[in-house]
Design a binder for this molecule. Sequence first.
Ligand code: GAP
Length: 475
Amino acid sequence: MDSSVSRGAGIANRTEASMEKIVSLAKRRGFVFQSSEIYGGQAGAWDYGPMGVELKNRISRFWWKEMTQLHDDIVGLDAAILMHPRTWEASGHVENFTDPLVDCKKCKQRFRADQIDPAKLAKKECPECGGELTETRKFNLMFKTNIGPVDDGSGLIYLRPETAQGIYVNYKNIVQSNRMKIPFGIAQIGKAFRNEIVTKNFIFRTCEFEQMEMQFFVKPGDDVKWFDYWRNQRWAYYEKLGVRMQKLRWHQHGPDELAHYAKDAYDIEYEFPMGFKELEGVHNRTNYDLSRHQEYSGKDLQYIDQDNNNERYIPYIIETSAGLTRQLLMVLCDAYEEENVAAKSAAGAESSNSDGASTTADDWRTVLHFHPNLAPVTVAVLPLMKKDGLAELAQDIRQGLKEEFATDYDQSGAIGRRYRRQDEIGTPFCVTVDYQTKEDGTVTVRFRDSMEQVRVHSGELESTLKRAIREYKRV
Ligand code: GAP
């Protein structure tokens, strides 16, 4: 929804994210900064600020727990980014990991040929300036660098474009060291690098990003069953993550979209402000990867099924491949809302008296509705005044919450403005310490989404917050 339209029309009390607003909030509140900004910025690279790194860590911990702790048959791995260059010959990346590229001879812009209007491409017409386009050529997306002291090409090495290959080359090590029996999986989170031609839409497509991948090794013939199983599991993951499921959909790859290794593939797509786009992929990679690594390394990568007369086979692989940084963008977009606070106050929530903010008919707040488990700050403690011992009391209360929750403390400015600041970073709970606290030990707990406030004894804060987190449902 275009926010200016709905706000201008004066009928909607809520508006959603546009990419410009997300980028602006991300910078303003310390989620994501442009890389090397003081030098004019580095295209395709972004830095995660204090709020961004917390959010990223929470998403990756959530994924890790789902995929390892809650699945007895999955173990973890942290493989090196730099791998033997033969890896990428075996995987097919040297030959096939390319985008079709065209340049405009006039405005010098570079485009992916498959993203240009086919009529314009056929006429070799630049979509930006109408100038003449070059012939389409293949452009390999892998970053090359050099290892060792001599820069004569003999030390050619690639920055990995996916984390998956680190899992395949370690599969035998893990079977042997951890006595894994098929079916089993290996999960990994780590950086990947791609020399993307078009890096627009903020952190959606970048040259440096993080992936969360899991490779599940199965007996040939069981692959379709496990493929369906993992599709269901990955859908359920997003339900648990707390995002709006109506914003998600499946997209099955057609024959011309399938990667060179895939027998079947589905993407989970999310409706970003720029439309439905891939969030993660579930792929049936067959035995392509292990067969190729066996061929290129000369090592026997067959699995020996000791429970089945030592039957030997090269396992099939079902892959679930998600981008961590792309998921963070999805979580930000999904959480973002501008909301008419006056309408809410009229409905009986926070009033101008309770938070000190004005509630005129045009009073809007920007709020991030993160699930409390993902929010960078879980609870902010705010003394109503700095004086009369309230600040010290609030600091003590914060201290008592630190072991269990990510906390913040803010004593500057009107209380209403402090609530709004916490809304903008998605803090689900604010605890306000006031004069009554000094008398009877009670504090106000203010809930971000409903803006409702309840009074509880500070001794009950931990249990109150834990229950609210357990029972959290976005409305
Ligand atoms: N191992 C399979 C694989 O890498 P992919 O579809 O190329 O498959 C998987 O990538 C996921 O990684 C994507 O769904 C996306 O979330 C993320 N991803 C891929 N390229 C990206 C990029 N340039 N920037 C950010 N995320 C990216």
